[in-house]
Write a protein that binds this ligand. Sequence first.
Ligand SMILES: Cc1cc2nc3c(=O)[nH]c(=O)nc-3n(C[C@H](O)[C@H](O)[C@H](O)COP(=O)(O)OP(=O)(O)OC[C@H]3O[C@@H](n4cnc5c(N)ncnc54)[C@H](O)[C@@H]3O)c2cc1C
Length: 673
Amino acid sequence: MTNTEMQTGATDFKAPESVVDGVVIGGVLGDNSPGDKAPMRDHWEYQKDHYNLVSPLNRRKFRILVVGTGLSGGAAAAALGELGYDVKAFTYHDAPRRAHSIAAQGGVNSARGKKVDNDGAYRLVKDTVKGGDFRCRENDCWRLGIESTRVIDHMNAIGAPFAREYGGALATRSFGGVQVSRTYYTRGQTGQQLQLSTASALQRQVGLGNVEMFTHNELVDVIVADGRCQGAVMRNLITGELTAHTAHAVVLATGGYGNVYHMSTLAINSNASAIMRAYDQGAYFASPSFIQFHPTGLPVNAHWQSKTILMSESLRNDARIWTPKKKGDDRPANDIPEDERDYFLERRYPAFGNLVPRDVASRANAQQINAGYGVGPLNNSVYLDLRDAIERLGKDTIKERYSNLIQMYEEAIGEDPYEVPMRIAPTCHFTMGGLWSDFNQMTSIPGLFTGGECSWTYHGANRLGANSLLSASVDGWFTLPFSVPNYLGPLLGQDRLSEDAPEVAEAIDRARTRLDKLMSIGGTHGAEYFHRQLGEELYRVCGVARNKEDLAEGLEKIRELRKQFWSDLFIPGNPDEMNQQLEYANRVADYLDLGELMCVDALDRDESCGAHYREDHIDEEGEAQRDDENWCFVSAWERGDNGPAWDLKSNTLIRHAEPLTFEAVPLMTRNYK
Ligand SMILES: Cc1cc2nc3c(=O)[nH]c(=O)nc-3n(C[C@H](O)[C@H](O)[C@H](O)COP(=O)(O)OP(=O)(O)OC[C@H]3O[C@@H](n4cnc5c(N)ncnc54)[C@H](O)[C@@H]3O)c2cc1C
């Protein structure tokens, strides 16, 4: 299938013009799902029944590269290896078990329905579509809901020690935005246990010789030949050596791009480079500005801080969120009398109170801070106060429930939450945007697949808690092992691209030229200098609250910063050895392009939806207003023909659109009041 054949979406759809200079309106995308042949809820079953198969004896003839061995990539590599394909797996870590997925704490959702609370696949789909503010594909969500039942049993079977109830059944708990108990967990270490089980399954395939593992290897380019992705160029981070690997198909499972904001809750090395290399080679980037800001992040306290930390949202079960009623009130929290405190979530959302979904809480927190009620040294946070819960339940109960979080807060901030209210602020936590992919998880470059957080699927404009470990697992264990073979089937008999092919030499040359260019600038500032400024600007203009003027100004500033970066960067050492400054600078170069794309997307999308809001699209009560008539589609961006990042010829970007339709979950306005 070529890009042109993909332009198969609704013919009566007309995308709105863009207000952003340089944006060209592209094609209408179809999702390559069964469409009218089955109701959306049956699309996945229909698709699996009709996918091409590859017989066991032919599987070794196909080589598949899996880049990223977190929860999604580790699972895909293990499953494809177990099926008998010739798999090469890559990670920049020293071992798969170190992937960012180990940071996930709260749990993983599943509509297994073992509780008597009337849960089921439909409810998971409804919560996910509604939670995502109707900017996701419903049929993708059905796949998520249906396969979620297998995920828990599978992960349990390969060793994830899920919490259990007294009688031995797996325990569950509730997360924001849902009314059932469907979150499976292993204390506060769910991601760690899922990642360790997956890494063990992958290691088993390595031991059996089905998967060849390349650690300390970073993807620095993708190889496209005959319109298909047929390999990747990797840089060995220890020796600096560039090596090309060719394959019949490539899977990118390289995680989220939240570190574009410099400060986020993500692991410090998570980055956007693999997906940006794919984007440079023609893969479309969907919804880049759809970012989740977690309401209970630790605030930035000083400009030299290197990251933010997540405080579990479970604290919102007992702590009350407030700010002073008076703007700029800088009295210590405990000196502010009760009638001068504004418990704004309880005031605005009496039904859900402090337990509104993440995006609603983040938006309300940001509105309060932006209106001048913020507290703390930089006036950039709100209080999260345990006082009343301690009075009601006693300190011991609170300690039992949250002692690890309270200790973490005390160590990071130096204040005792039993005595003084904690301070929290919205912080970048998850990226709903990512490489655009069709219903089969294939990007707009045939042969290039994507899974996990680096892909755009499932979560629309806002992800529900505990749905990401689920989507990474569903992609890795139960989608890619079916959809990749479907693509490979018709290629039987076709040789793998020769490593001497001109496209391979070109890709290596591109990668080398870029690294040499970075090394040769010889300016005065390290990459961090530019990254920090980019992050601050993105938080300012492309954070929870956005407006046209600031976005337009931010866009220009980012373009200017990019120019400075490519003329004033300094990297010590040389490229043919271990050089962590070079690795970092290469990533920051991508963040600058991505930051620009995010601002363009945010400025272009003339509505509020999900995790962020546009100040010109809120109602009189401050609630976000979607525009379903004009913007009920996914924006999938293609790079215009504008040369390498250091020598851009134009700001041209092409906006393709995939119209969204909903069957089982009709469009509605979210209401948590
Ligand atoms: C603090 C925190 C808590 C969270 N808690 C939860 C939770 O309770 N429940 C939930 O559902 N979700 C949670 N999330 C979200 C969830 O953890 C992630 O979305 C998910 O783990 C992403 O998995 P992944 O496989 O897509 O990517 P990752 O686990 O990030 O793996 C990415 C892999 O790609 C590799 N890689 C990246 N770039 C390259 C490259 N260029 N070349 C080679 N390799 C590369 C890395 O080495 C790594 O192996 C949390 C997130 C955070 C930050």
